[in-house]
Structures are given as C-alpha cells and as structure tokens.
Ligand binder design. Sequence first.
Ligand SMILES: [Zn+2]
Length: 529
Amino acid sequence: MRGIVGGALAVALLAGCTGSTPQPTAPQPARSSHPGTAAPTATSSAHNPASSQSSLSPSMQPTTPAADACSLAPPGRRLPRAIDPESPVLDSAESTPREDSVYPAYGDPSVDVLHYLLDLTWSSPSKRLSGVEHVTLRPTADDTEVALALSSRLRVRDVRLGSRMLPFTHSGDQLRVSLKVKRDKRIQLKIRYSGTPRPVPGPSTRADSERLGLVAEPNGDVWTSQEPYGAFTWYAVNDQPADKALYDIVVRVRGARDSGQVGIANGMLRSCTSGKDGRTTWWQLADPAASYLTALAIGPYAATERTTRRGFPIDLWTRPMDAALLPILVKAPKQLEWLEARLGPYPFASLGIVVTDMDGAMETQTLVTMSSGLPPERAPLVLVHELAHQWYGDLVTPADWRDVWMNEGMALYLQWLYADEFLDEPLDSTLATARAKDAEYRAEAGPPGDYDPTKFALRNVYVSPALMWDALRRKVGDRVFWDVVSAWPRTADGTGTRAELFAFIEKRTGRELSSFFDAWIMGTKTPHA
Ligand SMILES: [Zn+2]
C-alpha cells in the first residue's frame, strides 16, 4: 500500500505500499551474474542478477503521443450483460471467506462473491455516483439473509432477485437483504444505489491512511485506495481479502465532455464510447481479485503504451499534469522483465499503471496506482515494489490481514535488490541499516505477524520480513531460495496463510524451519542473523 516516510533514517519514501528503503553507506559486495532467462532456473543465481538489464536509460523516454482510451479499445459499442450464475467461468472465483482476525467487522464469511458487474455513472459536476450492480455469489451456509458492506453515503433504491423485489435494511455501512439462501446455491442480486461517496479513515497511524475508499477531487477527478478495506464506499462488497471475485466494471463519466475525463479500472479495456454526454468504458478483470485490489480512477487520462521484449503491452495512464512521472513509468517493461527473471512469468492478462492524486502507491491488480506527487528519485523503487506485489499480494493474497507481512516483506526485499542493482544502494548497507532499526519497528507496532490492529502496515510488516527473506536466502542458497520464492505464488491457489507458506517452504527445501519463522514473524526482538 501507500507511502511511509522514513523519518530519522534518511529513509526517503517507503514507497507506496512500500516498506522503508534505508539509505546505504557501506561498500557494495561483489556480484554474481544474471540468469538471463524468463523464469528462475536450477542454475540461476539471482542475488544480483540482471546486470545485463541495467540500461534503464533515457532511450526509454516516451516517443509516441499518448492515446485516447477510445482509440485503444476494440471497435463496437458492446457493454457487458449480467453473467449466468451457473457459468463455469465463475468456478475460478470460488473462495473460502473467513472472519478476519484483525478486522472482523469487515467481510462476511457466509458470502462468497464470484462476480461483480458494476455499471457506474459518475457525474463530474455534482460528484454523484449511481450504480447498478449485479453481484453473483455463493452462500457458504443456509441462511435467511445476505449481508454486504455498502457505505451509508449511498442510498439503496432497490434490490432484486430476477424480477422479484427483495426487502432489505441498510444501516450503518451494512446492507442486509432478506432472502432464504441455500449453501452453495448460487444467486445473483441486482442492487441499484446512488449518492455522494466519502472515504473512511483507515486503521493506522500512517498519514496516508486518513482516507480509504473513493475520493473525489474538487475538479471531479476520482481515485481510490482501499487497503485494508474501503471498496464499500463505492460498491456493495464482501470487503475482505479471502473472498476473491471476477469483475466487469463499466464507468460512464458524465458532464465531462470538455474535460476529457474518462474512467480507468482494473483489467482489460473491452469497449469505449464517446458521446455528447461523456465517455463510457468497460473494463474486465478475468482473474479473481480481492476487493482491496480493485481500483477506479477518473480524470483526463490518455495512455502511453510500452511493451516488454516478449511483446506484452503495458498501458501508462497519465493526465497532462503527470508528465514528469512518465519518464519513470516507461521503465515498467524492464522492471517487469527483471521481476519475471526472479518470480516467473507475469501472472495476469493485462497490465496498466495509472497516476492519481492519491498518496504513495498501491498494487491494485493489473492496474498499479501511483501518486502524481512521488519524488522522481524514489518513484522507480515504488514502481518495482508495486509490480512485485502482482505476484506477492495479488496472485497470492493473504487470507487474513494478520499476514499482510507476506505481501510487504517480499515486495520490499525485491525493492532492495533492485536498488542494489540499479540505484547504487548496496544491499549490505541497506540490510545493516534495516537490522539496526528492526527492534524499534517491532516495538512501535508489534511483531510483523501479530501487529497492533490500530497500526496497520507500519514498518514492522515491511522491514522485519524482508530481513527474514534475506536470512532465508543465505540459509538455503540462491538456487533453492528463488525456486521456492517463484513457486509459491503460482502454487498457492489464490489465497494463502502463513501456515501454508511455511509448510510449502519446508517441504520444498526439505528443512525444518519452524523456530526460524517463529522468531522472525512473531518475535519481539530481532533474531540473530
Ligand atoms: Zn507494498
């Protein structure tokens, strides 16, 4: 998630959802060579690989004019229809929701949402949101109601099952629909709502946690940032990480003809039309995503397209005011290749990056969100950090917020390796600085695996587990380490717990590591190296 500022460490930004990046002072260690393959192999030595890719140079400056969304979309005016609840396409979105141990008030384990079709209309002048939502879900138990989170700022007009109107209550931020449901018998509700969205405060002392959910700027631009919750500020949702779902998001921006505003969301751009009222875009996310990883951005966006060497396109969505960041965003293909060399092929069908007025950055699935205010010297680290999360966080997502360290530790460790390789920040000095601060971070917010719930995503869940990953790499060696690290996200079936991760690592390495993991994740003191 978003940015932590690193105070006395001269730490610069702890990138977006980034952990700290202690500034180096020590001499740089000797390097090994680059494996040069798309995925780690038995012979790859990835401590300091990718030396052959070190040319993130001015030659990568954008050379083509940015493209309007409607010039990139497939031709036609198609919009999605409500999906058949029995469609086998939805099987991949079946999850095992659970009551979250840190934030039990968010999410309902009796609901497993499979698909959200959000047809959203945003009135830019009035900052009013209207939604027609088809939510397809699998009850996990026989029940007499279905509960979803939806902000009380949004008034529900009606809820239907087919043509049948259903009684409901909407109290606080809870929408409760009266309906007898059977376990595993899929249903589809149609919910119509409208209102003026407001963000909610987050459970953290981080400055960038003051506003979670949908934020409307005075000019009618919109951005979202919602870790660990907040999607309920713009749609009815089972707002917990264990319940992943597929998405179709239609964004109709109205009153924006002269502003050039257009809606950007996760996934593939399936259609775009431009009329006298404004633009309508349809985005489709074909891989299951947790609600904290969805994103909506509305503004005068145009895309600069870049491709990796294998021809995979990355769309960089910026506004005229974001021009200074574009020379950094165009590094994304090289960064993605650098990550693929360690983590295996990029796991999703599309990738974009959108710049908004948020603080920091966020690893929103297939659409990384970056702040327009990121200092250019730190932005490359923020970008590689958020891209690393596409594997650690998005492909495999913690089933419970207690394990957010599984996201941040690996993203920060890869960020450190990248800084060592490309930004003259030697890993050894970064590690030494981080190690010197680790006990302080544990004291500040608790052990990474048992943090204070009012101190979400502080440095303890970044720095301590990043140090643990380095300790593990030194313990098992580069070949085994990268084998494990690249295999876990692909093997984990969407969500994972620490118990599953630790069992996976022990099995794959053939080592008994319980005391090692326990000391690093649950200890109040820094373990011995
Ligand atoms: Zn992060």
